[in-house]
Design a protein around this ligand. Sequence first.
Ligand code: TRP
Length: 364
Amino acid sequence: MQKLIAMNGMRPTGPLHLGHYTSALKLTLGLQNSSTCKEIYLMIADDQALTDNYGNPAKVSDNVLEVALDYLSCGIDPNKVSLVLQSQIPALKEMAFYFLDLVSLSRLERNPTVKAELKQKEFRNNIPVGFLSYPISQAADIIAFNSDIVPVGEDQAPMVEQTNEIVHKFNYLYGNGKEVIHPCKIMLPSKKESLRLPGLDGKSKMSKSLNNCIYLKDSPDVIKTKIMSMYTDPLHLKVEDPGHTKNNPVFIYLEAFASDSHFKKYYPEFNSLKELKKAYEKGGIGDVKIKRFLLDVILETLSPIQEKRKELEKNIPYVYKVLEEGTKKANKVANTTLKRIKEAIGLEYFNNSSLIEYQIKKYQ
Ligand code: TRP
């Protein structure tokens, strides 16, 4: 089978959280540890982060290293995955400029993820053009590396759709029957709970700006406080009351993280989540007990990641080196794609002997 190219990225507006881990990061780790891919690019999207943090650029630049540390702590292997720092790839901006011509304002305004973000940010009548058009810049990120698959959470589906619309329009207009730039497919987590992990408050998604996250680098004490004050089932007042497991973030997290071996180790009264759910729904199990179990599961999941982070924090120059090397490789590929794009549009004026010959003839 032909090996694929995978690409995804995250915005450096803070350290990464469990939502990033269950979706894009776990998928990337899975690809890295299989033989599916010949190339994998994992971006730190600092330019994209600036589209809504332009007033506070230090927040973005400070978090670049934070995200790089999180990537590597989770087990991303720089020999198999190129870490890419978006702002250091000039070709992305050039590409995005040509793609701007292929997308209408109303199309951008229809993007459901952007719509939800706009509502949350309350730009009102002052929506920055850069923010509204970030899906076009994201299309450049994906197209630049000839990506076949984009492993992400569900909220990124509209970006992948937008990318493919640009690809098809570009190839139709400028391709002369050929594929100049490459369409891609989204790759989503197989567990439905991991598609969009809810926040600690039970709100739609775990998000830095909603302040409802467990960060990968949170200390065990902080994680304990966060889990113990989590939103659960508001109708489950007494231990004997029947509880609801649906829309209950504690159970959604258990679905995403707990395995049967966790039960054996920390909650041997039950063999599986299915059994625990049944018992909770019947009544007789208190929320504190469930939360303690979730705490054990999360701490066990994060402990190797946090160990690795401690090691990496002692070697910051190494982390920068990894970032620099990955970005160097990414620049090479992106420049080749940009050259194809400009040639297809007809923007190769110099060192182009056939163009010069044609013009000479025209003026003879
Ligand atoms: N939009 C992504 C986020 O919100 C970040 C991102 C930038 C990205 N470029 C990408 C994701 C390319 C996948 C592919 O975190």
